[in-house]
Design a protein around this ligand. Structure first.
Ligand code: ZN
Length: 140
């Protein structure tokens, strides 16, 4: 088990630009502010979405493209280092016009209609991702 202990250092709160890619924008926020370890949350709405489902048997992501508009009911994630760069890992729950939910591992291609984020930056030892053979994923 790997576990680090952190003191919260700074909290960033803001709005993502309309039309921007959520994953790219969150990565830019982390890089711009030098955040190497932290927590992300966001709510809002998207113009379209791309989410992943990790196929454990084949150790590969299946991609689900969601055309159309969705509420971002919950986006939660973290920031840590992968190859010495801030890396965003986020999961999202999206609701349609009937309240039906879709969700998965946030991927590039998810476009902001409106997005309010809170990013918490942690002070302390950097959390780093390394390749894990058992899962085929880059984990802490
Ligand atoms: Zn994931």
């Amino acid at each position: 088990m790997k576990e680090n202990v952190y003191a919260e250092e700074k909290i960033y709160m803001g709005r993502l630009p309309q039309g921007s890619d959520i994953l790219v924008s969150l990565g830019e926020i982390a890089k711009k502010n030098g955040i190497k370890t932290g927590q992300i949350q966001m709510i809002g709405a998207v113009q379209c979405a791309v989410v992943g489902y990790y196929d454990q048997d084949n150790m590969a992501y299946k991609t689900l493209k969601l055309e159309g508009h969705y509420e971002v009911l919950c986006l939660t994630g973290n920031i840590s280092l992968k190859d010495e760069e801030p890396f965003i890992h986020a999961h999202v729950v999206l609701g349609d016009d009937k309240g039906i939910c879709y969700g998965g591992h946030l991927m590039e291609g998810t476009r902001v209609f409106a997005g309010e984020y809170i990013v918490r930056a942690f002070a302390g030892e950097e959390m780093k991702r390394v390749f894990d053979e058992k899962t085929g994923l880059y984990l802490w």
